[in-house]
Design a protein around this ligand. Structure first.
Ligand SMILES: NC(=O)CC[C@H](N)C(=O)O
Length: 208
């Protein structure tokens, strides 16, 4: 990577954050684990990993992270959510557990509805070669109790579909994927995200 390395935070309250860290460092980014609001200081972007979105939502409350994450995005930070991370980004979450009264909090940074566990229990986990906008050859995508993205707002661009369902989108400086690029060794989607961060950092940089 030319110039100063990008500073990327990985939300590290729960889930597959170590694997994201490895992929991003492999591409030359400077990575910091984020657990507290102060950890967001000075970052160019944040990755929210897969895991269990209900547990992650509870931990975001415990660590006082809801508003700081919204502020981080509002002040120009790029954000990428994978699987549970994508669920946390959505405007609306469908399929919250009944003990939550059918409601699950989310950040609302992505103008989509997200349907949890959308590929059914019998196929909790599978891998498929996925055509992704911006990649020349298919990406072997690993889906683990994955959600799908529905009811896309006008500014949301679909980047990949599986079985007729949208599984990856971009809206400005927000990226979301229902699958887990961090759990395979192919770094191309992490590289796409770093390109997005670079591009949006230039757009939001203060004029000097
Ligand atoms: N692999 C994952 O991140 C699974 C997400 C999980 N189904 C949830 O709703 O949080």
């Amino acid at each position: 990577m030319a110039g100063k390395p990008l500073k990327i935070g990985v939300l590290a309250v729960q889930g597959a954050f170590r694997e994201h860290r490895q992929r991003l460092e492999g591409l030359g980014a400077e990575v910091r684990e984020v657990r507290l609001p102060a950890d967001l200081e000075g970052l160019d972007a944040l990755v929210m990993p897969g895991g269990e979105s209900t547990s992650m939502a509870r931990l975001l409350s415990d660590f006082g992270l809801w508003s700081p994450l919204r502020d981080f995005h509002a002040s120009g930070g790029a954000v990428w959510g994978t699987c549970a991370g994508a669920i946390l980004l959505a405007r609306e979450v469908e399929g919250a557990p009944p003990q939550f009264g059918g409601h699950q909090d989310s950040l609302g940074l992505l103008d989509v509805n997200v349907r949890r566990n959308a590929f059914g229990r019998q196929v909790d986990s599978f891998s498929v070669p996925l055509k992704v906008d911006g990649l020349e050859t298919p990406f072997e995508a690993l889906f683990i109790r994955a959600p799908v993205l529905t009811d896309l707002g006008p500014d949301v661009q679909p980047l990949a579909e599986h079985a007729g369902q949208v599984v990856m989108v971009r809206q400005g400086r927000v990226l979301a994927s229902a699958f887990h690029p961090e759990l395979t060794l192919d770094p191309r989607i992490h590289a796409l995200f770093l390109d997005l961060v670079q591009e949006t950092r230039q757009e939001t940089a203060p004029a000097v």
